[in-house]
Write a protein that binds this ligand. Structure first.
Ligand code: ATP
Ligand code: MG
Length: 257
């Protein structure tokens, strides 16, 4: 069972433009590490680079990935996905095939079919809060709400019992009830199964509720990294203060900086 996954000195570029300028991140089992920051700061690309899933046109110029101290490259790095790390990408629909039923998605992820696959899939869906999971297996993604899709994608990401879960904006665009369901689910995964969660979000309410530590990413640089309680109590970086001011303005009627 892996305990610590880290990324050191990540530099990303597209053409001549450097997008991420040497950032360090880490996540440990049993903790929620948040990566926060405004849109375009490089959160999703950093997470994808960590799993060797960069989109075409973006290159990793530097960066060392370690699992419990061992440097991963090539096949070792490819082996991270699924078994060690489950990925919940930024848009749940982007990783589901609209022409394929939910049951079929599970068959492909579990690499098995028939009654055993259906039973396993139903169990995984029950784990993320579906009361009648069998009913879902014959449905297509377009027949599910955003909150249901998000939980299906989390269930798929957990199929191989990973030690870590990377969740990119897992609660964005969900109604409040669905947001709460996903947050409770993530909290349970950490507390009961000891999964280490990397939570990518720009929503500080989610960070306050769930995260143990937070790294603030601005224009491809980590400008502050602290335990969440400290970050909220005494933000140091201007970018953190601006995020907090916007958060207070939105939720408490304060004035944004
Ligand atoms: N495929 C790509 N090719 C070139 N540049 C890209 C590509 N994807 C993202 N970028 C650029 O990299 C930067 C970081 O993008 P990224 O998607 O990581 O931001 P983010 O912090 O996840 O933002 P958001 O909060 O909106 O999801 C942005 O300037 C973006 O325009
Ligand atoms: Mg993103």
């Amino acid at each position: 069972m892996a305990e610590r996954l880290s990324l050191e000195g990540l530099v990303l570029a597209s053409g001549e433009t450097e997008l991420v300028h040497g950032i360090d991140l880490a996540v440990e089992r049993g903790e929620v590490a948040a990566l926060v920051g405004n849109s375009g700061g490089g959160k999703s690309l950093s997470l994808l680079a960590w799993l060797d899933l960069l989109p075409p046109g973006v290159r990793r110029l530097a960066g060392t990935i370690r699992l419990d101290g061992t440097v991963l490259e090539g096949p070792g790095l490819a082996g991270l996905r699924g078994g060690v790390v489950g990925l919940v990408p930024q848009s749940p629909t982007s990783c589901l095939n609209p022409l394929v039923t939910i049951g079929r998605h599970f068959c492909e992820t579990l690499a098995c079919s028939g009654r055993a696959a259906r039973a396993e899939a139903a169990g995984r869906l029950a784990e993320v809060g579906f009361a009648t999971p069998e009913r879902l297996l014959g449905l297509y993604p377009c027949q599910l709400s955003g909150g249901m899709l998000q939980r299906v994608v989390i269930a798929l990401a957990l199929c191989r019992d990973p030690d870590f879960l990377f969740a990119d904006e897992a609660t964005t665009d969900l109604d409040l009830e669905s947001q709460a369901q996903v947050l409770v689910l993530l909290e349970r995964l950490r507390d009961r199964r000891g999964i280490g969660i990397l939570l990518v979000t720009h929503d500080l309410a989610v960070v306050a509720r769930l995260a143990d530590t937070a790294s603030v990413l601005q224009h491809g640089r980590i400008v502050e990294r602290r335990p969440v309680a400290d970050l909220f109590a005494s933000p140091r970086a201007a970018a953190t203060r601006a995020l907090l001011a916007a958060h207070h303005a939105l939720y408490e009627g304060g004035t944004a900086a």
